[in-house]
Every structure is written in C-alpha cells, then in structure tokens.
Design a protein around this ligand. Sequence first.
Ligand code: ADP
Ligand code: ADP
Ligand code: MG
Length: 443
Amino acid sequence: MFSKVLIANRGEIALRIVCACRELGIRTSVAHSQPDGDSLAVRLADEAVCIGPASSEQSYLNVAAIVTAAAMVGADAVHPGYGFLSESAVLADACQAAGVVFIGPPPHVLRLLGDKARARRVMQAAGLPVVPGTDSFDTPEEGTRLAETLGFPLLIKATAGGGGRGLRVARTARDLEHSLGAARREAAAAFGDPRLYLERYVDEPRHIEFQILADETRALHLGDRECTLQRRHQKLLEEAPAVGLSEETRHRLGGLVVKAALAVGYRNAGTFEFLVDRGGAPFFIEANARIQVEHPVTEMVTGVDLVKEQIRVAAGEGVSFQQTDVRVTGHAIECRVNAEQAETGRPSPGVIRAFVAPGGPGVRVDTYAHAGCMVWPHYDALVAKVVAHGRDRGEAIARMRRALDMFVIEGIETTMPLHRRVLREPDFLAGRFTTSFLERFIT
Ligand code: ADP
Ligand code: ADP
Ligand code: MG
C-alpha cells in the first residue's frame, strides 16, 4: 500500500480523500492554492503544499506544479478528486514519467473517454445502446451536413465537454446555423478543443448512471443512481437506486456496462451515464473516468467505500469484494448545497458566519465548511452534500427533510430552500419527473 498520497484538489472532496487515506493508514499531503491555505482539508491532512495562486490555471490545473509537489513531499500516488485534472491524460502521463501513481484510469482510457464522440462509437461497438448522433466535426459546414442525416431537434455538444457546460439545443436547421459558430468558440475557450458533435435530443428524459469499479482482472458494478434533477444540465439532487428503472433494464444495463468496461481496459472507479426516454429505453451518453460528486449515495446503499477502493486498485491490491457481494440496501438521496441563490442559481460567495451541520440516524454530511470559513468566488459553488439513507425512499425523504431543516448556514445564500420545496412536491414524491422538472421552480 502507498505510504503517502498527494491530494490534488480542494473543498469537500479533498477532505473526503483525507478520510479514506486516514482509514487506510496512508499519510496525506494536500496540494492547495494560496487562498485555500487554511482550509479544513489543509488543517486535517498530515501535510500541505502550496502550488500556486487563486487562479485554477496556475494551481489546481497546473500539471507541472502538482507533479513537482508530489516529488517534493515524497508522495507515491496522486489523487485528483473530481473536476480539475481528474480526467487529464496529461497529468496521468506526467505522473507515470515521474514514477508516481495516478489514482484513476490509465492514460489511454482517459483519452478515449475524454473524446465524447469517440467514446460513443467505442461503447456502441462494445454493445451499449447509444443515442443516435454524429462523429466530431470541425467546421460549421460539416456540422450542417451531418445534421441533415440526424434530423431535428438535436443537441450540440463539445467533444471535450463536461460539467454540463456548452450544451445547446437546435430545433431547426436555422437554430443550428445560428449556434454552431458560438458553440465552437465556447468549446475552444472552455475545454481547449473547438470540436463539436451532434446528438438526437431526447425529449423529457431521465438521467440514470451506473457506478463501476475495475481492477487488473475484473470489472464489477455497484448499481445505479438517478440524477435527473438538474439545473442547467448540472445535477442538484441524486438518488440510489434510480427511481424509474425497471428491474429488467437495471439487470441488463448492469451486465452491459461491466462488459463495456472490460472491453476498453477500464481500471479504477468510473460512471456510465445514460438517458432513459419516455418509453423506458436507455441510451448511453458518456462515461466519467473519475470519482463522482454523487458517489456517497452509492456508498450509503452498498456499504462500500469507493474512495478506499480507488486507492486499493491503484496500489495493485484489487477491489476488495466480488460482484455477488454487492447488495443494495434501502434508498439514499443526496442534496447538493451550493453557494447560490436558490431560485436563480446566481453565485453567492462570502464568509459563512454560522454553520451547524445536521447528524442523527441515516444522515451524512460531506463538507469543507465551518463557521468563519470563506466560500471563494474562484471555485465550484458546492459547499456541502447532505446525504440521507433510509430503509426505503419514503424514509430517506423524511430524513432529508429534517436534515435540511436542522442545517444552519448563515452569511451566504444556498440551494437549500430549493431542495426543501422539491422534497414536498407531489410529483417528486411519486417519482414522476424528468430533466426539466426543476425548471418550474426557477426564475
Ligand atoms: P458529477 O458527474 O460527478 O456529478 P459534475 O458534472 O457535477 O460531476 O462535475 C463535477 C465537477 O467537475 C464540477 O465542478 C464540474 O464543473 C467539473 N467538471 C467536470 N467535468 C469537467 C470538464 N470536462 N471540464 C471542466 N470542468 C469539469
Ligand atoms: P457533461 O459531460 O457536461 O456531463 P452530458 O453528455 O453528460 O454532459 O450531458 C449532461 C446533461 O445534459 C444530461 O444529464 C442531460 O440532462 C442533458 N443531455 C445530454 N445529452 C442529451 C440528449 N441527447 N438529449 C437530451 N438531453 C441531453
Ligand atoms: Mg455527464
């Protein structure tokens, strides 16, 4: 096993990785930006090393600074968390060159899945049902031509996209013509790659996904999650297991994602994302080659510590259990508490004056926040994840409601009021919702 892990991330996930390492008896060093110098992760880790100023480009996205920091502190592995460089083949390569283990999939898998158009083709060949769509293209003319064979409405996506950003619906050829230029420029600026691809727009879908774990010899899955409740294509509330998935589809997709993971030589933790149309048919959209924000709901229903498994796999120890050991017990829900005005989603950074996190039966809070801490405007707005587990969905919802009622955060605005409303909506309670559900609450 590793003796020291460098954590190349911040916020709640940095702290989450500290937890896993501590339980495994591994020392931790947090690579942080200047403003994060007194963060909880820095305080609770064994060591910390400053890798640059506030700007992510110069700190959390700085490959050279991270690899240098790993060498400096004598880390034998780097955990990249989610976001930032978590899916960067460049970081994985640089780690390899420096003799440090990258805790994640191998570079060839990161390259494959980081090209969403190529991933679609490969996953289709591996047997997954895939949303009808196109290959990547570079010029608006090619895009217009490809759209003719696909038909409308369609979605314009960035080949290197992520984080729910840069998706545009085109209902007509005119829409498409209007949008392609801007989409291309936006993709180049946001993801460093201007290429786009097109996908059939699935009307009123649900988003479901499968958690996988793979080591040198096996791939297994830990069931599914429902991530349908989104705002601007960003997940806000997630559940495990998925609410609207038939047992037949669940069983079939579980088998298919394991086969697909083996086919591409997958290693470590990952997620296969699908849209389910109104007729119940699932379509693969992308695979995320990292730990996900919503991984705790899977941990609550399976009892598996996914971050510890990631570290074990990277250290060559293999996944600590068999597929037949995986049991889904009860139901779990996660609410993302973001520093945002609840109705508009407008960022609300600032100092948290009062902070009291809920506890009690079945409740878990993953957070970096505390009274007096600063929520910086430079980074992701996620402040805390409240996770509630119950014997069934009803109990999980009741626990989440009371957990949110007991959660005190003063000084910034958060998404909690939105969650409180959603948790009382009859359609939510009945499991009747699609990805546009949250729009009705949004101004
Ligand atoms: P999850 O699928 O784990 O819920 P999200 O899509 O919410 O993850 O992304 C987690 C974090 O990573 C967010 O801060 C998101 O903005 C960021 N992120 C994910 N993928 C990318 C990417 N390709 N480029 C930039 N940011 C990304
Ligand atoms: P990202 O890499 O940014 O996470 P995804 O491809 O996973 O992008 O899509 C993010 C979200 O956008 C999905 O969860 C879904 O709500 C919506 N979406 C993506 N593809 C489609 C599609 N073909 N039709 C309808 N909605 C889609
Ligand atoms: Mg996605």
